[in-house]
Write a protein that binds this ligand. Structure first.
Ligand code: NAD
Length: 275
């Protein structure tokens, strides 16, 4: 558990559900994750599966209060009133009466401060337990810091061994903003890297487990995605060994500043993502 600014505990690892399209597969993956011990589920309006996530929660083996549910306001819904409306719709689709963590999905230029103002209101109204953002650079966070009464408590950003975002992570951690890594496994792009293969062999673990364990050494929350039961288990059981300082340094040296997704400063792209 990571204790956030307001004392709420957020699990250090969860299940991302991006690209889970098939209804049964989605529900089964979430159920398997929960049965394995996963308590954090990361969805978004734009993933188009909030209803399935809601159904999986209602029929899960543990009560809703034991789960930590994240969803996000999509780019085309940003702005103050629009965000409040989008939140209600997400809540309905999920069939929940509160969300644990609600995030601005991308900092849409001219809009993200208003979007966050609505998220603050949802927090004041106790409809969310934690206010947060995603894909925010330092300058976006600095802009929010000027106007917000309650600072974002989480920033969910792209991080994996080939794209480590040292400066942004350091800034967030100094500000007591918990960092969550999206695409923590880089969708598998570094699994064959000799550095990881060697470390994995030494610990008799998989490259995915080495990466997830390394994130924990940096105090970064992860939300790996998988629908495969054995991989869901593998990803959850990635913490029963300790990387040496040398191994941590070796993984650090894998950084290539190779972003897989859109740069949040590419305003045109972010607008386009909004459709
Ligand atoms: P990921 O790095 O989690 O990689 C997922 C892929 O890796 C899976 O499709 C699977 O093929 C493979 N995989 C998973 N576990 C494995 C294992 N143990 N062994 C071998 N292969 C394995 O990438 P992702 O899905 O892009 O990111 C994870 C989550 O992050 C998403 O589901 C979503 O919730 C979130 N996300 C957020 C944003 C954002 O803008 N905030 C963007 C992208 C993703």
């Amino acid at each position: 558990m990571k204790t956030l600014q307001n004392g709420v505990g957020m699990p250090m690892t969860g299940l991302g559900v991006f690209n889970m399209k098939d209804r049964e597969e989605t529900i089964q993956a979430i159920h398997h994750a929960i049965d394995t011990g996963v308590r954090l589920i990361d969805t978004a309006k734009v993933y188009g599966n909030e209803e399935e996530v809601g159904e999986a929660i209602r029929t899960a083996s543990v009560p809703r209060e034991q789960l930590f549910i994240t969803t996000k306001v999509w780019n085309s819904d940003q702005g103050y009133d629009e965000t409040l409306k989008a939140f209600d719709a997400s809540l309905q689709r999920l069939g929940l009466d509160y969300i644990d963590l609600y995030l601005t999905h991308w900092p849409v230029p001219e809009k993200f401060t208003e979007t966050y103002r609505a998220i603050e209101r949802l927090y004041e109204e106790k409809l969310i337990r934690v206010p947060g953002v995603s894909n925010h650079h330092i300058h976006h966070l600095e802009q929010l810091a000027q106007t917000a009464n309650v600072q974002p408590m989480v920033n969910q950003i792209e991080i994996h061994p080939y794209f480590q975002q040292e400066e942004l992570v350091r800034y967030c951690q100094q500000q007591n903003i918990a960092v969550t890594a999206w695409s923590p496994l880089g969708r598998g792009d570094s699994f064959d890297d000799p550095v990881l293969v060697e470390i994995a062999k030494r610990h008799r673990k998989s490259p995915a487990q080495i990466i997830l364990n390394w994130f924990k050494t940096r105090d970064i929350i992860t939300i790996p995605k998988s629908v495969t039961p054995s991989r869901i288990e593998e990803n959850f059981h990635a913490y029963d060994f300790t990387l040496t300082a040398e191994e941590i340094a070796q993984i650090k040296s894998m950084n290539r500043n190779a972003r897989r997704g859109v740069d949040p400063d590419a305003a045109d792209m972010v607008q386009q993502l909004g459709g």
